[in-house]
Design a protein around this ligand. Structure first.
Ligand code: CA
Ligand code: CA
Ligand code: CA
Ligand code: CA
Length: 283
């Protein structure tokens, strides 16, 4: 090998090493300090978003991520595509990331603190969210959350339903009722729109065919399959005004208390349980 070729080769290796470093720096794995088999993997500046949430060491999550829109109309933007993304704080079990839409004159900031908490048979991914209007005028702000669990290592045996009058509980259930995921919104900022369905919801958010989620009648329970769902929060913030709220994504091994059948639940049984649930909901 000539000297020139060796130099070229070394430079190429260096480039790959630098690129690999910056790509991997954007993915963090959070670990519960006392129960280390509870972990969350977050690609905070890439499209994967939160790609893993482990319960007792087993991954339950396909994808969980956010999109934003400032203003009343138009498509949403996935937060990893915003121009200014900075890690504000990070430790073993949490990370705080600040997202802004413009490097020089941002019109808003979205700050999310992700924290993982674990226990035997249960893991929680907590998200403390602060949205602040950085512009000099009042503006509408929309935040979209998309969540796609594949519980217990398989995808096509689950359903999702979004409950309560305020729609702030989303529950995804494994068909044999051996596990469920429950997502809760706290601090009185209930989602204004919801959509229970399949992973294609994320495609619609990305390609602009979904600009607002469905307002009513799309809260499930969905047919059994590869379940996923989304929420949309809409709020108007005055100049300089901020709003804080929290989301808890919990995954629990064991039967869901909303379904009163034994753990040996088969698809037929789940169907009748859903009827009971529907009746309860209408009552
Ligand atoms: Ca995963
Ligand atoms: Ca499953
Ligand atoms: Ca299964
Ligand atoms: Ca799924």
């Amino acid at each position: 090998m000539s000297k020139y070729k060796i130099l070229t080769f070394s430079f190429a290796v260096m480039c790959v090493a630098v690129f690999a470093h910056s790509a991997s720096a954007a993915t963090v794995t959070l670990t519960d300090l006392f129960y280390p088999s509870a972990q969350a993997t977050i690609n905070y500046d890439g499209p994967a978003g939160v790609s893993a949430l482990t319960v007792d060491g087993q991954d339950q999550l396909e994808r969980h991520w956010f999109w934003v829109r400032a203003g009343a109309t138009g498509p949403a933007t996935r937060i990893d595509l915003l121009s200014d993304i900075n890690v504000v704080a990070i430790d073993g079990d949490f990370i705080t990331v600040d997202y802004r839409d413009d490097l020089q004159t941002p019109s808003f900031s979205l700050q999310i603190t992700f924290t993982v908490h674990g226990a035997p048979g249960r893991s929680d991914l907590l998200q403390d969210i602060v949205v602040t209007n950085l512009s000099g005028a009042s503006q509408e702000f929309h935040l979209f959350q998309f969540t796609d669990y594949n519980l217990r290592g398989d995808a096509n045996d689950e359903l999702v339903m979004i409950t309560s009058a305020e729609k702030q509980y989303a529950t995804q259930v494994e068909a044999d009722n051996s596990a469920y995921a429950e997502t809760t919104v706290a601090n009185a900022l209930a989602p204004s729109r919801v959509q229970a369905g399949s992973p294609s919801i994320a495609t619609g958010l990305d390609n602009g065919t979904i600009t607002d989620l469905a307002a009513v009648g799309s809260d499930g329970p969905t047919p059994i399959g590869d379940a996923a769902w989304a929420w949309q929060w809409s709020t108007t913030l005055g100049a300089g005004q901020g709003k804080a709220f929290g989301i808890d994504n919990a995954v629990v091994f064991g039967p869901n208390p909303i379904i009163p059948e034994p753990a040996s639940l088969v698809l037929m049984g789940l169907g009748s349980a859903m009827m009971v649930w529907r009746r309860r909901k209408q009552a």
